[in-house]
Design a protein around this ligand. Structure first.
Ligand code: FES
Ligand code: FES
Length: 169
């Protein structure tokens, strides 16, 4: 089947898609967007998290056909999404979304395999709740597993992104 969807603000299409193929496969293998990672392919780890019509989902569990006509945001689209949210800037003005910069500055990235999914989930939470408690952060990221960091640096990064957001940085 032919799949039509919007990815990171752009209309995209993919041909010869099998109905049972996952959205993750389509993104990575057909649309050239390898940012979303495939770690478990069972909905357990969150490394494949993308937004589907605004809602974070494990893209390994979404059948490609379910994404027909819908809007997907991947980690590759976070900077642009942040620019649009802040109502300004031209593409290329800032290379990273604030949450991405915060992960770097807080040292929250080790092997990086979990990072794209965490970034998408954290960015969505900060959009809903710019001043989250630690419990809010833990709940929002509870579906995203990290084998390396022990999570404290990730907590630091999200707190940093929230603090910078409240300061308008
Ligand atoms: S690869 Fe999708 S949840 Fe792990
Ligand atoms: S940084 Fe390695 S799994 Fe999270």
């Amino acid at each position: 089947m032919r799949l039509n969807l919007t990815v990171n603000g752009r209309p995209r299409e993919a041909d010869d898609v099998w109905e049972g193929e996952s959205l993750l496969y389509v993104l990575r293998e057909r649309l050239g967007l390898p940012g979303s990672k495939n770690a478990c392919e069972q909905g357990e780890c969150g490394s494949c998290t993308v937004r589907l019509d605004g809602v974070p989902v494990c893209s390994c569990l979404v059948a490609a056909g379910q994404a027909e006509g819908r809007e997907v945001v991947t980690v590759e689209g976070l900077a642009d999404l942040a620019r649009r949210r802040s109502g300004g800037g031209s593409p290329g003005e800032a290379e990273l979304a604030p949450v991405q910069q915060a992960f770097i500055d807080a040292g929250a990235v080790q092997c990086g395999f979990c990072t794209p999914g965490l970034l998408v989930a954290a960015d969505e939470m900060l959009e809903r709740d710019p001043d989250p408690s630690d419990a809010d952060i833990r709940e929002a990221l509870s579906g995203n597993l990290c084998r390396c960091t022990g999570y404290e640096k990730i907590m630091d990064a999200v707190r940093l992104a929230a603090a910078r957001g409240s300061e308008g940085v």
